[in-house]
Design a protein around this ligand. Structure first.
Ligand SMILES: Nc1ncnc2c1ncn2[C@@H]1O[C@H](COP(=O)(O)OP(=O)(O)OP(=O)(O)O)[C@@H](O)[C@H]1O
Ligand SMILES: [Mg+2]
Length: 272
């Protein structure tokens, strides 16, 4: 039996040891222009192996546009993303295989059951029928919905649908997972399931980009945080580093949390 990312699996061979399956991500000067509007204005940062990196910002900051360029859904106006040194622009097929994306909008087949949804996406990733069944069942346990696997997802709450959305992104065992606001409209129970799952994935070596409006989520989960506003990163560091930042010109007090820091930096709240 092989040790899988989510425990033990009969299907092996599945996984490399943690260090070998962990990846480093380098975002190089991404720019995206829609017509005359520059939505992303030169964004660069790196995400370390097995790091949870938070991308925070208000509506329209450019978070989803950045993620969509990083995963190859959207062609950048300029710039690139490298995963362990490999470019998504130059080697899209190879790089996409190690990326998983949880999109901001829930994307499920409403008339299919939870299990059928996962198996369907497993087929897209060319998993054998046996492997997709094992993997789907493993992930249904992982997101706490195994008992509901035979029910159509249209009967699920928003939070349960978001958990299935997350499980789908994990079917091909990505080493780098991007999550675009995975807890919007989610009940507290589903939120805890999602947080537990993220922490387990991190412990197993997955590198994670986590996008949110909610400062308390970033404070709890993320090793480092970038604050984005109007297409630019305006601050980046650990929570402690961010809170220790001083606006020298205005000589403001040390902020008590990310919300206060954000107001100091931009004059607006994250939920504007
Ligand atoms: N396909 C598009 N065509 C034109 N403009 C777009 C397109 N996609 C995004 N934009 C614009 O780019 C800017 C950034 O949008 P984006 O969706 O990346 O923001 P966001 O930070 O993800 O916001 P939210 O928190 O609301 O999801 C916005 O002004 C948006 O209107
Ligand atoms: Mg968005």
């Amino acid at each position: 039996m092989q040790e899988s990312i989510l425990g033990t699996s009969k299907t092996g061979p599945i996984h490399l040891p943690k260090d070998e399956r962990s990846v480093e991500v380098e975002i190089q000067n991404l720019v995206k222009t829609f017509g005359k509007h520059e939505a992303v204005k030169g964004v660069s940062f790196t995400i370390g192996k097995s790091e949870i990196f938070g991308l925070l910002g208000p509506n329209g900051a450019g978070k989803s546009t950045t993620i969509n360029m990083m995963c190859g859904y959207l062609q950048p106006t300029s710039g690139d993303t490298l995963i362990n040194g490999r470019s998504i622009a130059r080697e899209p097929r190879q790089v996409k295989r190690i990326i998983g994306v949880v999109p901001q909008e829930i994307a499920l087949y409403n008339d299919l059951t939870a299990l059928e949804n996962l198996e369907f996406f497993g087929e897209i990733y060319s998993l054998s029928s046996k492997k997709r069944r094992v993997r789907a069942e493993e992930l249904l346990h992982f997101v706490g919905l195994y008992d509901r696997r035979k029910e159509s997802v249209k009967t699920f709450s928003g939070g349960m649908q978001r958990r299935i959305n997350m499980a789908i992104a994990l079917m091909h065992q990505p080493a780098f997972l991007m999550m675009d606001e995975p807890t919007v409209g989610v009940d507290p129970q589903s939120r805890e399931h999602i947080f537990d799952a993220i922490e387990k994935l991190r412990d197993q070596g997955t590198t994670i980009l986590y996008t949110t409006h909610y400062m308390e989520e970033a404070e709890r989960l993320c090793n480092r945080i970038a604050i984005m506003d109007e297409g630019r990163i305006i601050a980046l560091g650990t929570l402690e580093q961010l809170l220790a930042m001083r606006d020298q010109n205005r000589e403001v007090q040390r902020p008590h949390g990310l919300q206060e820091l954000f107001i100091q930096l931009t004059g607006k709240t994250l939920r504007d």
